[in-house]
Design a protein around this ligand. Structure first.
Ligand SMILES: Cc1cc2nc3c(=O)[nH]c(=O)nc-3n(C[C@H](O)[C@H](O)[C@H](O)COP(=O)(O)OP(=O)(O)OC[C@H]3O[C@@H](n4cnc5c(N)ncnc54)[C@H](O)[C@@H]3O)c2cc1C
Length: 502
């Protein structure tokens, strides 16, 4: 029997953030990761001289305090750990290729972006400015608040005392959706569709289902702290967090699957690994999805979370390509979204996303080559129908890959003949490597639910905490970092440590 202060299940960015910051605060932590590398949906894999991002490639949170206030959480976490993560600034968040020749790039320079949008919709110039100014207001409020737990009454009382007007304004925005606010300033239907795809790009939901507050952070911070790419790929963030844990004496074990969270009398007391070993701790943090945590790891069926409580987002069909550098036209941006038809963009496979991070970071691909990650929504059920993996399964995968490449040729002509390596991953691959329920992008709010209805860090089981994109505020590497920081806040209260804002 081994006793620790804290056990963390899963070395995703949420889990690693908790382990690193609690270890730095003097607790003994042990993190168990079933995969051989850290980072989960923000990890890397290497093949034949290429370094691919398994998922995330676009990163917020590396700005300075002056640019993004308290929202530059990566900068603050790594400063606290005393670890340097060099990054490269990405001048454009996303280049959108939309129906009817509508193209716009969300430049770091806000005026440049607004000018491109206004050039397409001159009669909406006033509404466009007012709408994007509204997002800035939310950003200005939230970026003044230190990151902390909304479950801590002392934190909330302190915020209300110190910033009464800002707290009141934020409460007002909390009940608004992005679509509702957009419609109060904008009338043009095509422009409203653009606002939809701005939400869909990271929230996987249209504007009506996207909380205005979350949008305010993403769509304003791209012009403040900006987008950065860590040198050495997305995996550099996870690696730096593991280095931080080890620097302060913590343990991270790879290739170790947690099979059960041991619960006694309503309290989590330990975990059981697939190899039968048991470990005990005063607190346990699960970085698995809420469905994996309460549908599998906790064996008591009374804690199950019904699927209908949130929307189960789809998974992904992904292509990781090594391509000839000549395929990219001069000035090609790193991140792109292609919508061919507004009527089908929210259907499975309807929108294409692509990133070519080696355009920024030359360490990720051999000379004269680049990495290209193309992905689109899909589901485990779609691919399970074809199970077991036989010749037909492989043929279906090849057909899906070919179709996606053909559609991408709209912006990268001759892509198919520029491919040197092609690795295709179905939702089943995603599920297997990341151990995520249905390979899902995580729980999404249903239309009408507000962001505060997302699960927070505490759970119905005493001493069991949740972290990651199932929790408030939601999906995205910076969002799960926030969920880690807020979980640390609660754990400090539990262990009687003073709360130290980053
Ligand atoms: C294709 C794709 C593209 C994306 N692009 C972006 C982007 O550009 N920018 C952005 O900010 N976000 C992006 N995201 C979202 C972002 O990557 C995720 O929201 C975030 O990384 C999730 O972090 P997490 O902490 O919830 O943990 P996860 O990434 O889900 O990691 C959880 C970890 O726990 C481990 N685990 C689970 N169960 C067990 C168990 N029982 N025992 C041991 N280990 C276990 C898993 O192996 C995994 O490593 C993207 C996601 C995907 C899939």
């Amino acid at each position: 029997m081994t006793q620790h202060d804290l056990i963390v299940i899963g070395a995703g960015i949420g889990g690693l953030t908790v382990a690193a910051l609690m270890q730095e605060r003097g607790l003994s932590t042990i993190t168990f990761e079933q995969h051989t590398v850290p980072g989960g949906s923000a990890s890397l894999f290497r093949k034949k001289g290429y370094t691919f991002d398994a998922g995330a490639s676009m990163f917020y949170g590396f700005g300075t305090n002056e640019q993004s206030g308290s929202l530059n959480l990566h900068t603050r976490v790594f400063q606290r750990l005393g670890i340097l993560v060099p990054t490269i600034h990405d001048p454009v968040q996303i280049h959108y290729h939309l129906p009817d020749g509508f193209e716009v790039a969300t430049h770091y320079e806000r005026e440049k972006f607004l000018a491109e949008l206004i050039a397409r919709f001159p009669s909406e110039a006033d509404g466009i400015r007012k709408f994007y100014d509204e997002l800035e207001k939310v950003f200005d409020i939230i970026s003044t608040f230190p990151a902390g737990s909304l479950e801590d009454p002392r934190h909330l009382a302190w915020l209300a005392f110190k910033y009464p007007k800002k707290v009141a304004m934020l409460s007002y925005y909390t009940f608004k959706s992005m679509g509702e606010v957009a419609r109060s300033f904008i009338k043009n239907e095509e422009l409203l569709r653009f606002i939809d795809i701005e939400c869909e790009s990271w929230a996987l939901q249209d504007a009506n289902a996207t909380p205005f507050v979350n949008a305010g952070i993403c769509l304003a911070d791209r012009h403040r702290g900006g987008i950065h790419y860590p040198i050495g790929s997305s995996g550099a963030i996870a690696k730096a967090l593991v280095d931080g844990i080890r620097k302060f004496g913590g343990t991270v074990r790879f290739g170790q699957t947690v099979e059960e969270i041991i619960v006694k009398n309503g309290r989590a007391i330990g975990i059981r690994l697939a190899n039968g070993d048991t470990h005990y701790a005063k607190a346990i943090v699960s970085n698995a999805t809420i469905w994996d945590t309460f549908g599998y790891l906790v064996k008591d069926e009374r804690y199950r979370i019904d699927e209908s409580k949130f929307e189960v987002s789809p998974s992904w069909f992904q292509l990781h390509l090594g391509v000839d550098a000549a395929v990219f036209p001069e000035g090609f941006h790193v991140h792109h979204i292609i919508v061919e038809d507004w009527r089908t963009y929210r259907n499975l496979g309807g929108t294409i996303r692509l990133s070519a991070p080696s355009l920024l970071d030359r360490t990720c691909a051999p000379d004269d080559r680049h990495t290209l990650h193309i992905f689109t929504t899909s589901t485990v059920d779609e691919w399970k129908k074809r199970y077991p993996k036989d010749a037909e399964y492989e043929a279906a995968k090849a057909r899906a890959a070919e179709a996606l490449i053909r559609r991408t040729e709209k912006i990268l002509p001759n892509l198919s003949s520029a491919i040197e390596r092609c690795y295709a991953a179905t939702p089943l691959t995603h599920k297997r490597y990341l151990k995520r329920y249905k390979g899902s992008y995580g729980p999404l709010l249903k239309s009408g639910q507000i962001v505060l209805q997302k699960p927070q860090n505490s759970t119905p089981i005493k001493n069991l905490y949740a972290v990651g994109d199932s929790c408030f505020p939601g999906q995205g590497v910076i969002a799960v970092t926030y969920s880690g920081v807020s979980c640390v806040h609660l754990l400090c209260r539990k262990f009687g440590l003073p709360v130290e804002y980053l």
